[in-house]
Write a protein that binds this ligand. Structure first.
Ligand code: AHR
Length: 514
């Protein structure tokens, strides 16, 4: 049997885990909104039309923040279409997905849903068909207390309290030829700069002080992610690491808008061109490389300005997506309303990759400050629904829920001492120390020993594995085949956490003092 020896020490840390790395994404696409989170005729729907069976699963998943309303959809979206009396809202063509958008769900419904499910909203502005004027108007509608036309309109719509939306994405995938209003990097960077400037001027109480303006304009710049008085603004990075313009795009965009933004986004969808589980798992390593490269580029832009500012990263779309094809392969003609699109059915190896990716995020906790699995319900999602019927967990639900529950606090920097190199991460949250490890070996268990002698823990509180040697095993509405199973015999002895990690499994070992 393979073995692996690691060590942890409280002084060796990576950074604070931002709870926003356990985010997700709701786009007006397919059945994510309609018959996903929102279905007024569903037996479980509340008076708002929110499916409570789905809301319960979302809470169990441990999602902290949800990006909305797109995705490609946002680049043709008029936010005004989705606010005010529902009977007055227009039906529109959605050119991103070739569908019909009824607009019976919009900004205020999404905010209500977020408040009910205790999730932070993350909004994207349309920098495709619209621009800086729309961006500032939308922030004013959402966040200004009152006494102006747009904030009073929100009052009229039944929302006297500002929504207080802190995190905003400046457009979506603006490098992609498929994107409505795609543009070259420097052009987009200049647009992002101007949009960011006015969005901040509308929202940030301190935005008109001399110090703030000087800082924004002169190459200093700060990130104020933890200060609720400031917006967190994310510029679009590349749509994926395979784009021809990748890396140059990140450099040029940040070179234009470095002072005004806090974050650069990354998107990735894991594919399986070689068709083997072993090669598929290498997506985990590619994600690690991708993150390291974007950090290097952001810091190179900082260096050209001699700036101490560090741009943070948001992996605000990520997941496995290769089995269900592209929407254009499946879409019916005639602009259907909420057709089923990319309803990927995940299997055991997908859960391994998702778990491995979460380990990568923890090991970059110092720079990755948000991440959103795409998407939350039905569209490449951990939760599936039947219209009018059942809701259930896909395989990838489990590693996400366990990571969100236990992977909080400070990420520790692990030392690899001997034996197999695993995908390995650890966190310390108060007294609780949690180890996450992926055993990529499809046949053999791995005997893990972790030196935890300096951490004051004596008991293994939780020891769970998600996986199966049948890596094509899926979940169904009837059977949660990938439900976590106990790792028998996990213990702490002689200052070491000891556990046998089953083959093809992603494992959580969470420990407490005695
Ligand atoms: O999540 C599906 C789509 O993938 C998003 O709309 C887009 O941003 C990405 O290309």
């Amino acid at each position: 049997m393979a073995h692996a020896l690691y060590s942890l020490h409280p002084s060796f840390t990576i950074g604070e885990v931002d709870p926003r790395i356990y985010g997700s994404f709701v786009e007006h696409m397919g059945r994510c909104v309609y018959t996903g989170i929102f279905e007024p005729d569903h037996p479980s729907a509340d008076e708002n039309g929110f499916r409570q069976d789905v809301a319960e699963l979302v809470k169990e998943l441990g999602v902290t923040v949800v990006r909305y309303p797109g995705g490609n959809f946002v680049s043709g979206y008029n936010w005004e279409d989705g606010v005010g009396p529902v009977k007055d809202r227009p039906v529109r063509l959605d050119l991103a997905w070739g569908t019909r958008e009824p607009n019976t769900f919009g900004t205020n419904e999404f905010i209500d849903w977020c408040r009910q499910t205790e999730i932070e909203p993350m909004f994207a502005v349309n920098l495709g068909t619209r621009g800086i004027d729309d961006a500032r108007r939308f922030v004013e509608y959402c966040n200004h207390p009152g006494g102006t036309e747009l904030s009073d309109l929100r009052h009229e719509h039944g929302y006297p309290e500002p929504h207080g939306i802190k995190f905003w994405c400046l457009g979506n995938e603006m490098d992609g030829p498929w994107q409505i209003g795609a543009r070259p990097a420097r052009e987009y960077g200049r647009l992002a700069l101007q949009a960011a400037k006015v969005m901040r001027w509308v929202n940030d109480e301190l935005a008109h002080t001399r110090d703030y303006l000087a800082n924004m304009g002169q190459g200093g710049g700060r990130t104020q992610l933890d200060d609720d008085r400031f917006l967190t603004l994310a510029a679009c990075g590349s749509s994926n690491r395979e784009m021809k313009t990748y890396a140059r795009w990140e450099y040029d965009v940040l070179d234009e808008c470095f002072e005004a933004v806090d974050i650069i986004s990354l998107h990735t969808y894991f594919k399986n061109p070689e068709g083997t589980t072993e090669s598929f798992l290498e997506n985990i390593d590619r994600l690690d490389d991708y993150i390291s490269e974007v950090i290097a580029i952001a810091d190179a832009v900082a260096a050209t300005r001699r700036s101490p500012k560090r741009i943070m990263l948001s992996l605000d779309e990520w997941n496995v997506w290769y089995k269900s094809g592209h929407p254009v392969d499946t879409l019916d003609e005639g602009f259907p309303e909420h057709p089923p699109l990319i309803e990927e059915v995940f299997d055991a190896k997908d859960a391994m990759v998702v778990g491995g990716a979460l380990i990568v995020l923890l090991n970059h906790a110092d720079r990755v400050k948000a991440a959103c699995t795409a998407q939350l319900v039905n569209i490449i999602a951990p939760i599936m629904t039947e219209p009018g019927g059942r809701a259930w967990k896909q395989t990838i639900f489990h590693p996400f829920a366990l990571a969100s529950k236990y992977g909080r606090g400070t990420a520790l920097r692990a030392g690899h001492q001997d034996g197999a190199k695993l995908d390995f991460a650890a966190t310390r949250d108060g007294d609780r120390v949690t180890v996450f490890a992926l055993n990529r070996d499809l046949k053999e268990s791995c005997e893990l020993r972790v030196d935890v002698s300096g951490l004051g823990i004596d008991n293994v509180d939780v020891a769970l594995a998600v996986g199966n040697t049948d890596t094509e095993l899926t979940n169904t509405a009837e059977a949660d085949n990938l439900a976590p199973v106990n790792i028998e015999g996990a213990k702490i002895e002689d200052g070491h956490l000891v556990a046998s990690l089953p083959p093809a499994s992603w494992c959580v070992l969470s420990c407490l003092p005695g």
